[in-house]
Design a protein around this ligand. Structure first.
Ligand code: SF4
Ligand code: SF4
Length: 374
């Protein structure tokens, strides 16, 4: 489903009026599950915004706080039977004062990321090769942590992209968002394929208001490279997988990832309970609402640990942090329990597996994948 990321006022109104108030969004909202407050659900937020628009309510602190109680996980949007662009409306209705604009400026965002980058000053910069027709979208976190990204056999070029701009859109900074989208689309325009390793960047860019819609077809998540190749782990491992919320909103289903994992030799894949539930991190939600975020992340941790797996894999840097944090806490609390090691799926393949092309290309999809490998 396509959703407009930048909404005009009339689209906001249309979306709110599409809401049938069925309440299905309540059942999938991780924040509601914690605090049981209707105002935190998509329906509650939409009704408050509508009240303000009609003049029945004043846009007060309480309403703004309700809008802020959101992990931006898109679960309400994906599960809405009326296709209401819930998170699009919330972003549009974030009204920032001068201080709010400053706190959500490019400068402040980069400052926060620089603090993050401080912890990786001793790491080498990722090696990205020039001259490839496949361009890598390196997200802000990967840039700051200087995280290496490679797919064995694929030559990747660094695209010099700016931030995917989602942090600005969700904070009501459409002005910055539009400039970044324009810059990034120009790079995509000149690429054959753009590959992502961050679920959030992938979902954000897929929902860009592209000037050239063909550019959207060039975007792929790295797991696509592993669909038509043989992968063997170097010894027997039990693994489980956490599906990032934004991978789902980017159009990648858990079953697609599971099919890849189940095809690995020497791997016993165990589906954790509620594998698609949010990890609780939500951008900077864990800083703004640490108590709620902690509680959500501990529920996730319990489901991970119950699998008794050797590894819990995922495909998003922020989910990776959240899982590392919750596993660390559980290690401290439950000293006797076996705690799975947290790792990005691509890192797991690079470090613990051998990838080979299928001997015979049985399908055109196999052949397409093979053509991309050197
Ligand atoms: S699921 Fe959609 S239609 Fe139903 S209450 Fe929520 S936003 Fe409205
Ligand atoms: S985006 Fe997620 S956290 Fe926010 S209202 Fe929707 S379901 Fe709840």
């Amino acid at each position: 489903m396509n959703y407009t990321t930048i909404m005009h006022d009339n689209e906001v109104k249309q979306n709110i009026l599409k809401c049938s108030r069925c309440g299905l969004c309540q059942g999938v909202c991780p924040v509601y599950e914690e605090i049981k407050n209707e105002n935190s659900t998509a329906r509650g937020k939409l009704m408050q915004i509508w009240g303000v628009k009609k003049g029945d309510l004043r846009l007060n602190k309480k309403i703004l706080q309700s809008l802020d109680l959101c992990l931006n996980c898109d679960k309400c949007k994906i599960n809405c039977p009326s296709a209401v662009n819930t998170t699009g409306v919330f972003s549009k209705e974030k009204k920032l004062n001068t201080l709010g604009k400053f706190l959500n400026s490019n400068f402040m965002f980069n400052l926060k990321l620089s603090m993050l980058g401080f912890f990786s000053i001793f790491k080498k910069s990722p090696k990205l090769e020039n001259g490839s027709r496949i361009v890598y979208f390196q997200g802000c976190i990967a840039k700051k942590l200087k995280k290496d990204f490679k797919i064995k056999g694929i030559k990747l070029k660094n695209g010099n992209f700016l931030c995917c701009a989602l942090p600005y859109l969700t904070k009501g900074r459409e002005d910055i968002y539009e400039k970044m989208v324009e810059h990034n689309e120009n790079i995509i325009e000149n690429a054959d394929l753009v590959v992502f390793d961050c679920a959030t960047c992938f979902s954000a860019v897929k929902n860009y208001p592209f000037k050239n819609l063909k550019n959207k077809e060039k975007l792929i998540f790295y797991t696509d490279f592993y669909k038509n190749v043989d992968i063997a782990a170097n010894k027997n491992y039990k693994i489980t997988y956490h599906l990032p919320c934004h991978l789902k909103s980017g159009g990648v289903e858990l079953s697609e990832i599971e099919n890849i994992l189940k095809s690995f030799k020497n791997i016993n894949y165990i589906q954790m309970q509620k594998a698609q539930d949010c990890c609780g991190f939500g951008g900077d939600f864990f800083i703004r609402h640490p108590k709620i975020a902690y509680s959500i992340s501990m529920k996730k941790a319990k489901n991970v640990i119950n699998t008794n797996a050797d590894f819990v894999l995922t495909s998003c840097p922020t989910c990776l942090w959240s899982l590392q944090f919750s596993m660390f806490i559980n290690k401290l609390i439950n000293k006797n329990n076996k705690i799975p090691k947290v790792m990005d799926l691509n890192d797991f393949i690079n470090n613990f597996c051998t990838v080979t092309l299928k001997k015979q290309s049985k399908t055109s999809q196999d052949a397409n994948t093979h053509a991309l490998f050197l």
